[in-house]
Design a protein around this ligand. Structure first.
Ligand code: SF4
Ligand code: SF4
Length: 267
């Protein structure tokens, strides 16, 4: 079986999470997209055309003035858009985008570390889950958020597998209707209406320069024992003001799973 390349899976999207893509207090699409457009433009004019890494770093330092979520993770100045239509984030120093020349030794981590790194999703997501994420997602911003959120992916498909009594055939996600269902679920990572306003990235929250795993205090805040979708809700950075909000959140997730199973089975 061919290994699946999660970082750059196809021509339409990619991930750059471990290079610091989302490691900003404000990591909204509205903030990141212009930042990466600008970095890509600067790299092309100052490094590719003029060979000046110093000028590039000087210009970039102004763009990097915003505060980071997790201080000890390096936000690489060489992460940008690596394709013509600018639908893929990736390494601007990679030989694929520099006519075969590998420039990664100019980076903080260096060529060997950059080339060999694989995040836990490579290990913990099954082949089916990896393909489901790749086939169900056409957008760099959401793709990186989803493919690195192991709980968010695994919990959903665990319920699907348990209901169906078998793993799924991810090739079916290439079909329009099923793809729409799973794409809507993945988009919750960006559009979740119960998102906390605190410093969060998935299940992690950040305080005093450290990261911690968040939880939802159902009993204290909502007067109930818990939720069957706890891991998904934590991954979605949820914060609920009432039990009614939690029930609405559960209804949205359950409706997605039900629809997935219906379309998968009969669609
Ligand atoms: S976080 Fe994982 S999938 Fe994303 S670029 Fe890094 S190694 Fe690749
Ligand atoms: S140099 Fe390394 S850390 Fe920086 S963007 Fe490239 S792969 Fe990522």
């Amino acid at each position: 079986m061919d290994p699946i390349h999660l970082c750059q899976p196809d021509v339409g999207k990619s991930c750059g999470a471990c290079c610091g893509l989302y490691n900003w207090d404000d990591h909204s699409r509205e903030r990141l997209e212009p930042l990466f457009q600008k970095k890509t433009d600067l790299f092309r004019s100052l490094v590719r055309n003029s060979g000046s890494f110093d000028s590039y770093r000087r210009e970039i330092s102004e763009l990097f003035s915003q505060s980071k979520l997790f201080k000890t993770i390096y936000n690489c100045e060489f992460l940008g858009f690596v394709d013509g239509p600018r639908t893929k984030v990736g390494c601007l120093l990679h030989p694929m985008v520099n006519d075969g020349e590998d420039l990664r030794d100019h980076s903080f981590y260096g060529k060997e570390l950059c080339a060999s790194h694989e995040c836990p999703s490579y290990t913990y997501l099954t082949q089916e889950e990896k393909k489901a994420v790749i086939y169900g997602c056409d957008d760099w911003y959401i793709y990186g958020l989803v493919v690195t959120d192991i709980d968010f992916v695994k919990e959903y498909f665990k319920i699907v597998y348990n209901t169906l009594g078998e793993t799924i055939d991810p090739e079916k996600i290439k079909e329009r209707e099923l793809k729409a269902v799973i794409s809507d679920y993945f988009r919750l990572k960006e559009e979740w209406r119960f998102k906390s306003r605190k410093k969060r990235l998935g299940k992690y929250y950040f305080s005093y320069e450290e990261s911690h795993i968040a939880d939802i205090d159902y009993q204290k805040r909502l007067g109930i024992d818990g939720s069957r979708f706890d891991k998904i809700l934590v991954s979605l950075e949820s914060e609920f003001r009432s039990a009614g909000e939690l029930y609405e959140a559960e209804r949205i997730i359950q409706a997605s799973i039900d629809r997935f199973i219906e379309v998968y089975t009969h669609g």
